[in-house]
Design a protein around this ligand. Sequence first.
Ligand code: BES
Ligand code: MN
Ligand code: ZN
Length: 482
Amino acid sequence: MKIKKKKAIDWKSIEGVVIPVFKNRSIGEVVKQYPEVESFLKKYKFKGNINESIVVNSTELSKLLVVVGAGHVKQRGDAAKCANNIISIVKNYLLKNICVHFVQDTDIPDTYSTNFIDFLHINHYRFDAYLEKKEKDKKIKNISLVFECQKQISSEVIKEREIISNSLIMVRDLVNEIPEKLNPDTLVDAFVKVSKELDLDISVMRQKQLEEQKLKGIILVGRASPYEPALIRIGYTPDNYKKTLIVVGKGITFDSGGLNIKVGNYMEEMKCDMAGAATVLGIIKSAAELKLPVRIIAYAGIAENMPGRQAYKPGDIITYKNNKTVEVVNTDAEGRLVLADALIQAAKEKPDYIVEFSTLTGAILVALGDMIAGVMCDNQRFTRLLERSSEKTCDFLWEMPLFEEYKESIKSKVAHIKNADYKGASSIKAGLFLKEFTDNIHFAHIDIAGTAFLSKTNAFYSQQGATGFGIRLIIEFMNWLR
Ligand code: BES
Ligand code: MN
Ligand code: ZN
């Protein structure tokens, strides 16, 4: 789907016009340019609220006119919801080429327009590889944007948002892909492909190199899988950078729980457990394509967590390269074991910041639901910057404390620490665990177990499954690192 800004409506190339109407703004211009809709706006007491829409078939113009509530210009969430509504209406009417006409002379802040564009792209996405043709027929080809107001988004920004949106598509396809097809080998291939396309440095460690490097956490978690585990490092270094950001992702291509096998329906969505790894790939891809002046290194710890006669066991103790020892009490707390190795390697490079993404705990879904991710960070300024980026992008974050007192509960009698504890605050304890491996580099852990993969749609997302959460957040955050 292409989105382009135009000076005026090109009537010949479109089948319909969408007219977003802001709340508390005059509808004078709307009725002046589209008199056919006036009686309907009055009849339905149209206020510009997000859930309002009116569809009129204009015989005079022989176009479909769609008036949608655009909500409040100052609410970035309204932009996302409005875009979602527009896509679903346009798809329902099987329109292929439309114009979105902002007729009201209202200054639209950048936050509104970027979210609007992003969520047009986001909601156009469908994971339909395994469906019959139907869904594919609903694809939209072109959206032209026409603004009547003074302050409006630039064509450059629209192009940038398209680049970012394409990374989201790649990431969502990877996360949605079935475990039969998306395994450690093919996830490694995805990283290699991006590195080749964008000429990025890449190093891939598989079984042999992992053993040479003594990356025991990754080896043990992946041992019962027919696929070798991996640690990938991929780097983008622009000429004129000031800061280095390392992003680290959890890449468990399937989490069965291992010998502590998941029961009931808890295993059903566990193909999503590599979302962190996919996210960091999406971040570096967008940053390189946008040629951002920030050095980025992405690490992905990749393994498939399986039971079997080779499986690692509760009671095993892992000695990490920083000499910390970890007692495995539960093979289903595998993410942190893999991430520990990745974080040790990352911290050795002494970056300015580390941001780590993982579908780490079911508890974060209980606490914050599927629209807010938990952030645990050891530096206040860093947290505030992430929160500000979150506010702008609708990749919502809420801080969970790295509460030192809870460290006591992950102490082990036979090792330094253990990988699980069952007395509450499991998201925070997972964060505290990870912090043991970051060697005092500014560190943020973002638990995306709730937000990376939706079991149901919501006002922002019309497709369940992978969301691409975190990419837009970090691209925005990188503005602070220039
Ligand atoms: N991958 C899961 C967490 C998860 C849950 C991701 C729901 C996405 C949706 C993780 O490896 C896990 O199993 N965590 C356990 C940790 C526990 C054993 C300490 C959990 O949260 O129950
Ligand atoms: Mn698990
Ligand atoms: Zn997991």
